[in-house]
Ligand binder design. Structure first.
Ligand code: COA
Length: 188
């Protein structure tokens, strides 16, 4: 397993992007991202938008307080102008069951990007780097779940080499499309 370096997430670089730890000064971007219905509409059992800057401050605090050798919540910044464009998360996914939900033992990858930066391949580029990081750190498999209507997210899954596994209700007490990447075939 790789150890965390340079903060609470391991910084990752791609051709166009830097994936780094969230900073308190990113709160304006985080609020702008999560206060939009087009970003939030497929996220959570009961989607809701952020209603104040203080929620963004708390979320950043939570991300910064999360310490794990492999998993993390990355801020994705465009290298050419240091513009924040979105976030990639890699974390344990809760199994369906009685609330509070317990972790399933599987690791999920997810992506939330600002609509101003959709359609440029940034989510795919950043998610690919996080998947590579996860596998090189020793994960055997990574899953992603999306709502059936979230075709943009399903396309990201396919573009980073995840395979559709059908529909599942194993996680979050929600019926979702399940995608999976296996280290053995992804690294081959
Ligand atoms: C899911 C989400 C990240 C997808 O964003 P996206 O912009 O479609 O995905 P990418 O950043 O990978 O960009 C891919 C698109 O950029 C295009 N593109 C343009 N320039 C490109 C380049 N240089 N390299 C690669 N792709 C490029 C691709 O052709 C593709 O376009 P298409 O969708 O018309 O085929 C975005 O819709 C989102 O954040 N939604 C809200 C949050 C959400 O629902 N998250 C998922 C929860 S499960």
């Amino acid at each position: 397993m790789a150890s965390a370096q340079g903060g609470h997430v391991r910084p990752l670089a791609t051709d166009r992007l830097l994936l780094r730890m969230w900073e308190p000064t990113d709160a304006e971007f985080v609020y702008d991202l999560y206060s939009r219905w087009e970003v939030q509409r497929f996220i959570g059992l009961v989607p809701r938008v952020m209603e104040g800057r203080s929620e963004a401050d708390r979320l950043i605090e939570k991300c910064r307080g999360f310490h794990h050798p492999v998993q993390g919540f990355w801020a994705v910044e465009r290298v050419k102008d240091s513009q924040l464009v979105g976030t990639i998360l890699l974390k344990g996914i809760p199994a369906s069951g009685e609330a509070p939900l317990q972790l399933s033992g599987d690791t999920e990858i997810g992506w939330h990007f600002h609509p101003d930066y959709w359609g440029k391949g940034y989510a795919t580029e950043a998610a690919s780097a996080v998947l590579a990081h996860g596998f090189s750190a020793g994960l055997d498999r990574v899953i992603a779940i999306t709502s059936a209507a979230n075709t943009a997210s399903q396309s990201v899954c396919r573009r980073i080499g995840m395979k559709h596994q059908g529909v599942t209700k194993d996680y979050y007490n929600a019926m979702c499309e399940l995608y999976r990447a296996e280290a053995a075939s992804w690294l081959a």
